[in-house]
Design a protein around this ligand. Sequence first.
Ligand code: BGC
Length: 744
Amino acid sequence: MLKQILISLVAGAAVSAAAAVTPAYLDPSRDIEERVEDALSRMTTAEKVAILHAQSKFSSPGVARLGIRGLWTTDGPHGIRPEVLWDEWDQAGWTNDSCVAFPALTCLAATWNPEMSALYGRSIGEEALYRGKDVLLGPGVNIYRTPLNGRNFEYMGEDPFLASEMVVPYVKGVQEQGVAACVKHYALNNQEVNRHTTNVIVDDRTLYEIYLPAFKAAVQQGGAWSIMGAYNYYQDQHLCHNRRMLNDILKGEWGFDGAVISDWGGTHDTAEAVANGLDLEFGSWTNGLSNGASNAYDNYYLANPYKEMLAKGEADTKTLDDKARRVLRLIFRTSMNTSKPYGSLCSEAHYAAARRIGGEGIVLLKNDKGLLPLPLSSEKPVRLLVVGENALKMMTVGGGSSSLKVQREVSPLDGLRAAAPAGMTVDFARGYVGDVTGEYNGVTSGQDLSESRSPSELIAEAVEKARAADYVVFVGGLNKSAGQDCEDSDRESLSLPYGQDEVITSLAKANPNLIVVNVSGNAVAMPWVKQVPAILQAWFLGSEAGNSIADVVFGKVNPSGKLPMTFPVKLEDVAAHAMGEYPGVKRQGEDVWDEKYNEGVLVGYRWHDTKKIKPLFPFGHGLSYTTFSYGKPVADRREMAVGETMTITVPVTNTGDREGQEIVQLYVTDVKAPLQRPAKELKGFRKVALAPGETKEVTFTITADDLAYFDADAHSWATHPGKYQAHVASSSADIASTVPFTLR
Ligand code: BGC
């Protein structure tokens, strides 16, 4: 009996010893590279190919035989997109797929606060995780080249330095959750018109100085695990399989070890996709079905056609293994990451984050006679009139792939009503009719915005009510409908649509206390700027829009956002329109539009400053309810050599009577450049919080790298000895002091 027990004990131990031998790829304690190699060594060619393309609209398969999980992707970049059917864009009709909508990325950039970026990344990463997503399709960092680009609201403005500083904490915050950021749309995807057929022609210097730095920062400093190719062409090759951009620059020069994911429907050729760096194909023939006999996904460029090439010896296994390795790495970093947290969805913390980021990103463009903030107490009753469709309209639905389904969205009108102090009545007048529909991809806002009155009747009503009001807040702007800040279309002009200029002008005549709140992701023309005493740039603010706006209007939050892009007076003042060939020149007999970026590096304020064109509001501009004064900067040296650093310290004082935050900016000028350089370029910024009367010292460090330009002939960054200037500034047009120095 005893012997029997012993035998079975021994046998049991043998069994569990066998079970204990976990294959390396399944052992989370092993190094990820070891897991990747082990998994790869067990996979058949068919299995390797299978993980390189989608199996549904938003997912790609793993290797079921080996228990390797696939990947679930999601848009991105402002919240977690609602679920669609397996093979369609149509809604799956789930009831548990709503999310918190965070402010659009232009707003995040306008905070100029990397801490807000980290908060954003962590929060959206937690939502993605809770919803079971492995790859978040965002953030977007295409440079703002023209205010007409329908997708600028998904990006981080016109300056490569600002976008770089802001993208890194977002990427890290998302990836801390075990969710990959997929930085998009790499690269030169600066307009939506002809988005599949534009061939960008840009010189190398411009490419490296303006259009690549934010992507490079996301990859090298943020450690992004994936990147999305763009739809358009560069050097006559689609950017989803572009040899130079993907193989040479991204994977070669930058050492990117993650996966290149195609934009949905951005792959066009198997041989190119195989050879030129695409790793994971999504959304071909974007309905996912029409090119398929049985399973359309087998017909993807990186599916059966790739297998056939391999079988015929037209493609090599080295390249296949490299792609499979990258996708496996992505899988082990995300879906098979056993140490990732659990995430959370629609938590109060996420709403609070959205509200805070929104409040910090709103820009006070103008505030004559301290009209804002509105008083919180008054001896007599106060009448506030709110005017405008954007005070009502839900903005989380619309705009394209970033459209969301939310549980809660506070409209500006509701936010202002909720925050209005006792003794203040809030009335509303429509003012204009924009787009009364509220639907995207089957998600409806559920709002009835129908209106039968004529434009003149609406203006007459608003004017009459404005005459009787103490304050008027007009909330207008764009609305994420086609042509008004929306994917797949650009705006047709810089002007506000739907006759809003007339409404604003009429209101300005009726009431001197007019505040205009412009909701948009782009600069708009403001022909009425002189007639309106207070203007707020409010962006698309997501779930907490109304609360963020009310926080600023009533002074709970002291505005501290600054513009991440130049607001031009008119379109012809924008380099891409004055010099460039927007929207491209059609090639004869071909469906390709060549577009030369003739303006070169002179994008945004670089153009305005250099050509001395006065903007409506300059890059970096934003007021506060308090005032700041800048003291004399002190430099630790006035001469430096390559390899040395120079520091500039400037005291900044809050000279008003409210707590506030100031964004102190550092620009550098190359005084006698051997080639044309912008009048100045942003090389540093700090956001400092100051109590009334408080002074803090802000220190910037300058190295030779900050003075460098890209020497295209030598294909490297270069500096030249000579005279430079460092400007401490509160905007690109408001320089507090200049420190001359020399590079030896
Ligand atoms: C957009 C991407 C998006 C993808 C998936 C594409 O049309 O350009 O930004 O992530 O669709 O929805």
